[in-house]
Design a protein around this ligand. Sequence first.
Ligand code: AMP
Ligand code: ZN
Length: 494
Amino acid sequence: MPLYKNQSLKIYNSLSGEKELFTPIHEGNIGLYVCGPTVYSNVHLGNVRTFMSFDVIYRYLMHLDYKVRYVRNITDAGHLTDDGDVDNDRFVKQSRLEKLEPMEIVQKYSVDFRKVLDLFNFLPPTIEPTATGHIIEQIELVEKLIELGFAYESNGSVYFDVAAYNAKGLNYGELSNRNNDDVVSNTRDLAGQSEKKNPQDFALWKHATPAHIMRWNSPWGEGFPGWHLECTAMSTKYLGERFDIHGGGMDLKFPHHECEIAQGKACNGVTPVNYWMHTNMLTMNGLRMSKSTGNYILPMQLVSGDNDFFEKSFHPNIVRFCFMQAHYRSVLDISNDAMLASEKGFNRLIEAVVNLKELSAQGQSSLDVAKWKADCYAAMNDDFNTPILIAHLFEGVRFINLLKEGSATLTAADLLELTQTFTTFIFDVLGLENSKTSTENGDKVEGLVHMLIDMRNVSRANKDFAMSDLIRDKLTELGIQLKDGKEGTTFSVK
Ligand code: AMP
Ligand code: ZN
């Protein structure tokens, strides 16, 4: 029986403002869409937090035996810094700055994004579509919106008609709880505004000026799609007109997600998403992490220690553990002290995993493993509450220590339950890795392997091949592969 049948998962829905019992549209299957990165620059650690929150959500849904179709797009065109000014196209601007083709910019930062994801042990989404790969679908959506009376053309650009949408009683602003006056006063007076019937109207398609080198043919002349439209086109194509979960950072609620709701409802007559999930922001030393203010750090800078904010380097596992110690809807502040505390906590957890392997069953159980396990699930079922889960995992650490020192006993069945639950949550759900602990331990392991390589060399020089082979084979068994080359022996870890 699939695990989800025994669990009642609740998700905080940003649309209703309440925690709701989660019921997928098709039993056993989940459609999940997360707004991906705009690949015009390196992702910063704040972006990583949002994507990591959804990585854990995806991992837990799969752990519950749901079949998840997880779509996370790559925004590689059309993300303007402002709706009205084509010169604010992030890709065109960056390509001028770096003297590269816009698609070279896209490639450069897509590659960087994937490297960062690997670094932090992310699972890949099941579909990763790009905006430029879906221009036809976007043009079709614009045509449909014009046909239905929800959009109009003006000087080669096409805008969504918010007044026409509201006139049908469809209520633009329902996600961010904005009324029409709020929307208007939040819309700055920019170039292109005069083309709009109303300031709150947003671009579905933009006419390309001669300077705008990212351009495609359309029924309205050469241009490029609006950012909001791409997510509607891709989510509809891969997940349908109505799907289960849509996520992103809370800064995307307005206008991006508000526009997606309006486009979906206008096109298909149904609310496109059942559960909207928004992650809160990462701050560093109390200030929101953002490229524009300069208060940001790149993931690699934190991991390598090459930065001005932290005293030392931190292993990616520790960054992941640190992020998981806050609930995804709470602000998370990283600082030197917070990272040091996470390093300690993470090492305690991994130490317990090591100790767990040495325990053996004895007599009756004096610890309530079943209740502890239920508590772990209850934490994740309560809107993916990872900090509460971690608190329970530390209760598990306490159990392991009691067992180790002989102050408690467990039956074989309970010991197995403790082991499976403890390791499943740490590795499969939270996505932490066993092979890599702290940088400090990593350094020690590296030192030890080099020492064994030296010992092997001495054995070979003494023609003690039994010993040299034994060293190599034992290391291979541990997943450490030795490679003899001209420059000496190197090793890689599986
Ligand atoms: P972008 O590439 O700018 O579209 O951003 C990618 C994702 O990162 C979006 O879901 C943003 O909401 C999210 N994001 C941006 N800044 C932060 C931050 N400081 N903390 C958490 N998430 C962020
Ligand atoms: Zn999006």
